[in-house]
Design a protein around this ligand. Structure first.
Ligand SMILES: [Zn+2]
Ligand SMILES: [Zn+2]
Length: 304
């Protein structure tokens, strides 16, 4: 378990070391991260150039230009200024962008100014780009990537994010038209194509189970990352009042949902510090509907 105070030479167990990342292959999408409730949550998708949350700032995050912050609880947000400062310290020429719920932009700017004062900076403090988002907003990341925010119900203001690939596609109403007719439209200056957003990954920080029903679009992502803070049967009553999801509540959502074939990898994270990793894995396999078991990944170190 690792939390009991014992010998002074006791090592931090790997699953509680926030700088000891877990690597996953989520249906072909590489992920690297750590997530234990109260300690830290961060998850890098290297090929997409994004990090979801920044509760710890590993060196692996310093090449990542976009941080998507779900909410301001310390275990998710504590290292946002550190990410910016470390990137400047190592001379990363790209400024980095920090996307977050709109209400957090001003407090984060104050936080960064306060840290700069503590470090002895006088006069104007330079700030990173803090981008405030509301549910439903879509913002550009790279040229080929967009992020769409949606509401997540937690104890503080919170957003979930879907990162999508932007593809130019023939407008739906023109599909099936013969080539000469399309060429004619093009000659007349009609726009034939539109952007389509193809979801790549959806990430929710902390949320109650009702978010998984209210935001039904999340089940169209090939990779879906959600929390199951509590897994033990006797902890079920703890989850909702604390803004979290219990494994049994997730099991009920999945049973009601049926197959949801678009989801190729369901990644579970943010386990309670008290939870033993092997026990969590066993409960996940025994409690979730059988059709989901082969698609569930756990953001914990692999069994020894
Ligand atoms: Zn948390
Ligand atoms: Zn939280």
């Amino acid at each position: 378990m690792g939390l009991r105070r014992g010998k002074l030479d006791a090592m931090t167990p790997p699953h509680l070391n926030a700088l000891h990342p877990v690597q996953l292959d989520a249906a072909g999408l590489p992920l690297l991260g750590f997530s234990i409730s109260g300690l830290a949550t961060w998850l890098i998708a290297p090929t997409l150039g994004v990090c979801f949350d920044m509760g710890e700032c590993p060196l692996e995050a310093l090449s990542i230009d976009h941080v998507l912050l779900t909410h301001a609880h310390g275990d998710h947000a504590r290292c946002v200024p550190r990410h910016w400062q470390l990137r400047r310290m190592i001379g990363n020429p790209r400024p980095g962008r920090y996307l977050m719920p709109a209400a957090l932009v001003a407090p984060f700017a104050d936080w960064i100014r306060a840290e700069a004062r503590l470090e002895g900076v006088r006069g104007e403090v330079s700030l990173p780009e803090l981008v405030g988002l509301a549910p439903g907003d879509t913002a550009p990341l790279r040229d080929d990537l967009r992020v769409t925010a949606f509401a997540a119900s937690h104890t503080v203001v919170s957003l979930g994010y879907t990162v999508s690939e932007r593809r130019k596609k023939l407008k739906a109403e023109l599909e099936g038209w013969p080539g000469d007719k399309l060429a004619e439209l093009r000659r007349r200056g009609v726009t034939l194509h539109e952007d389509r957003l193809i979801p790549k990954i959806t990430f929710i920080g902390d949320c109650v189970a009702s978010t998984l029903r209210d935001e039904a679009h999340i089940w169209r992502s090939p990779v879906l990352v959600i929390e199951t803070t509590f897994v033990e049967p006797h902890e079920e009553a703890l989850a909702a009042p604390r803004g979290h999801t219990h494994l049994n509540e997730l099991a009920a959502v999945l049973r009601d949902l049926g197959d949801a074939p678009a989801v190729q990898a369901l990644v579970l994270k943010h386990f309670s510090m008290r939870t033993d990793p092997a026990r969590a894995r066993a409960l996940i396999q025994s409690e979730l509907p059988e059709s989901w078991r082969g698609r569930v990944l756990v953001l914990l170190p692999p069994p020894a």
